[in-house]
Design a protein around this ligand. Structure first.
Ligand SMILES: [Zn+2]
Length: 206
């Protein structure tokens, strides 16, 4: 993005009707205070423990899919589309995003977010915190490339890393079968304690 990039290159405010529109898709958007993410995540972790981060991930998924759906009606080239998304992310205040890897086919992508809004002002943590971002990235890449991806946050500013780095890898057919160990562990990982409890297994909380 050039130095002369303005918010109005991306979004248009119609103050009379209280609506902001995306200049590319003409879809309506809204602003959310960054502090709300911290409060929401803390609340979900408090109420649902290990399943809280999974809930944040699940919230991000449909948002990413809808970002992709809207933009795919206007841009068909995945390389151009992914670049446009990173520009829009900055304009929308998500942070400075870059995507490297197989932008054409989406087999392997690394999404780096500097100054990520989702872990701003977080206490230092031993685990990645940007589950909502990871869900959004998965929603985008699954839709743009038309195939399921395994997506995880490799490094996170909340862990002291310089930026939040999310990896997306296209899953093989076998991995995505409902019976495969990979998809089972993905689905069950945050539910591990609940599953263990239902089996009458005592587990020490880490
Ligand atoms: Zn992060």
């Amino acid at each position: 993005m050039g130095e002369l990039t303005k918010l109005t290159d991306f979004y248009r405010l119609d103050y009379r009707i209280g609506a902001v529109f995306n200049e590319v898709t003409e879809g309506r958007v809204q602003l959310i205070p960054a502090g709300a993410w911290k409060v929401l995540r803390a609340r979900l972790v408090h109420d649902f423990e290990e399943r809280g981060p999974r809930a944040m991930f699940e919230l991000g998924l449909p948002l990413g899919s809808s970002f992709a759906d809207e933009l795919m009606q206007h841009i068909s080239d995945p390389v151009v589309l992914m670049r446009r998304l990173t520009d829009m992310a900055a304009a929308a205040g998500w942070g400075i995003f870059s995507v490297v890897g197989d932008l054409q086919y989406g087999s392997q992508l690394t999404v780096t977010a500097a100054n990520c809004v989702f872990c701003e002002n977080q206490e230092m943590s031993t685990s990645p915190q940007c589950d909502f971002l990871v869900g959004t990235v998965k929603g985008i890449v699954d839709r743009v490339y038309g195939a399921p991806h395994e997506v995880w946050e490799e490094s996170c500013a909340a862990m002291g890393d310089s930026a939040c780095q999310t990896i997306a890898e296209e899953s093989t057919e076998e991995l995505m079968s409902p019976d495969s160990p990979a998809i089972r562990s993905l689905v069950n990982a945050p539910l591990g304690v609940a599953v263990a409890k239902s089996l009458g297994v005592a587990v020490a909380k880490s």
